[in-house]
Design a binder for this molecule. Structure first.
Ligand SMILES: [Cu+2]
Length: 185
């Protein structure tokens, strides 16, 4: 079989025998091209390896606090059954909050100035954001997880709370209010 015949029967050659003739046809790759192909493939392996390595060795978790919850029963879960602000015996303040489509529960939060405030929140539906505008309180609220962080608001005042993760058609109306109470220094 000469070269031109081999081209015509390329498919057949591969399917049946897969021998030297079939493999040779149209498979001539320049050396420099091979180098780039192997290089690109190597990079993909390195990148995937880096992700797997950091996830396993670096224990990459959802941010801040790994505590899980069933989103379907989050509203009745004892940890979230009564959202609101409570004062702990040690003088710190805890805010339990649900972020759901399309509201924060409770909508208005009142906390004292100059004292550590621990936020604990979760979502019964989709991913939401919790951002207290003008402060560094900013976290993602994920269904299935309890997001927890502690922050101290030094100044009394009023802050808008916004959802900063697009969560659906009513996302733009999802907001709340944080009132930091206390005497101005
Ligand atoms: Cu949203």
């Amino acid at each position: 079989m000469n070269r031109s015949e081999a081209k015509v029967s390329e498919g057949e050659g591969r399917g049946v025998g897969g021998g030297e003739e079939g493999r040779g046809v149209g498979a001539r790759v320049e050396l420099y091209e091979k180098i780039w192909m192997w290089g690109a493939a190597g990079l993909v392996v390195v990148f995937i390896g880096a992700v797997v390595y950091t996830a396993a060795a670096g224990a990459v978790h959802p941010p801040s606090h790994v505590e899980t919850i069933d989103p379907q029963t989050a509203r009745t879960d004892p940890r979230f059954a009564s959202p609101g602000v409570t004062e702990r015996p040690d003088g710190t303040v805890e805010v339990v909050l649900l972020a759901q489509m399309y509201a924060f529960l409770p909508t208005e939060i009142r906390v004292p100035a100059g004292r550590p405030v621990t936020f604990r929140m979760t979502s019964p539906d989709v991913i939401h954001g919790f951002q207290v505008v003008g402060t560094n309180a900013n976290a993602m609220v994920m269904p299935g997880y309890v997001t927890e962080f502690t922050v101290t608001f030094p100044q009394p005042g009023e802050h808008l709370i916004v959802c900063n993760e697009y969560c659906g058609l009513g996302h733009h109306v999802m907001h709340g209010k944080l009132v930091v109470e206390g005497e101005a220094p």
